[in-house]
Design a protein around this ligand. Sequence first.
Ligand SMILES: [Zn+2]
Length: 493
Amino acid sequence: MISTSFQSLDDVLKEFDLTMGLEVHAQVDTKTKVWCFCPISVGQAYENHYVCEICSGHPGTLPVLNEEVLNKAIRLGLALEGKIAPKINFDRKNYFYPDLPKGYQITQFKNPIVFDAKMEWDHTDSKKIIRIERIQIEEDTGKSTHHQDYSLLNYNRCGTPLLEIITAPDFHHPDDAVVYLKKLHAILKHLHICRGNLQDGNFRCDVNVSLSPKGATKLGTRCEVKNLNSFKNVEKSIIYESIRQANLLKSRGKVLQETRLFNMQEGKTYLLRTKSDADDYRYFPEPDLPSIFIASSKVKDILSQLPELPDQIKNRLQSDYGLNHYDASLISQSFDIVHYFEECVRNSSDPKNYAKKIANWILTELFRFLNEYNKEINDSPVRPKELVELISILESGKISHKQAKEVFAEMFDLKKSPSEIIASKGFEQTSDEGELKSILEKLILNHPKELEGIKSGNARMVGFFIGQVMKQTGGKANAQLATELLKKLIDQQ
Ligand SMILES: [Zn+2]
């Protein structure tokens, strides 16, 4: 029995250092498989329909590398500031499993296409830097489905190209793992390397978790949790695994090296197999694929076609639109948010002046509603054009800030235009100078004591007059304009 002396991650972190390395398998978005011309099956394809002699491992067949996979691997390597190997090899990883008809997987062991890459982001006062040790090209396996007394095999997925992205053990908190995965996911999608559909298994993550006594230099024994397909599950499985290992270390003094699976429903990890080391797979150079020399002109070519990356966008948002560092970081965290923001700016009449206001509305009201309704920005019922229309109306002084927020809430709920909602709510502010002036003149005449108050420096009395104006206009007066008019009238006396 596992003792339950540790209940939470905070408990664990008081006594242990948590260390993690992440391995992501991203399915490369190509038309055909990595070694043959079988199409990649998407959605509900017939079982074993997209299979040929090569991807099902018939004797005498030979694999040929799909160049698009190589190009996309280089593209990712460059985006992550990695080094591109001048010469690459493929290796065989030997193991038996029914979903692997060849009896081995072709992967990269000795000379992967990318090495020494990195991912960094701002974290409070410092920079978080995660070293990405290598990115390798490999093939996916088939799929087994297990039933009560039989199992079914579908080889459609055999030979689907994958990029495996392997970090150094640089993570010490689940929050950092989630930030890294979200950033990597956004880059893969933005660069059209991977479709990134988590539910379809396009982007799967393995986490190696280990604990060591606080301050120890030697890392503890690690357990690998495999095939996590959501950011939330990554976080939950790390927390569960940390607590499980801490309790094992406390009660038995050691953790066994294992490969484990995360059960979503129960929020627990379960033993899949005791871990095999690299030696057990008897890696050897793939004899059917030659070494490939990567021309520097090819790398330069791919580099020249690389689009703007998140950090570059963040700098541009600051220099072009005058956003502060914090707002620019939040907007550049996802390309969808950047597109939404820039679409708003394009729709505004005075981009320089509006950019900051647009950013504020996106980061406060829009984000609040998206969160509440569990929607992504691309599905926002309030489109950029309408948000800018609302901001323009607010800036013109027709409605107050408080009213603008109410209008926004209805825009989100009812998908109506801001002017429609303002008209139906009777929100228009009175900016009629003549009307406001005559109200104020009467108020000044009838309230000499309060007027004296203002003259002798009692600023609170300004509030009294504006309050009265609001009362008489049913709350529709433009308060800013009324205040200006009041000042003018007093100065004229
Ligand atoms: Zn095939």
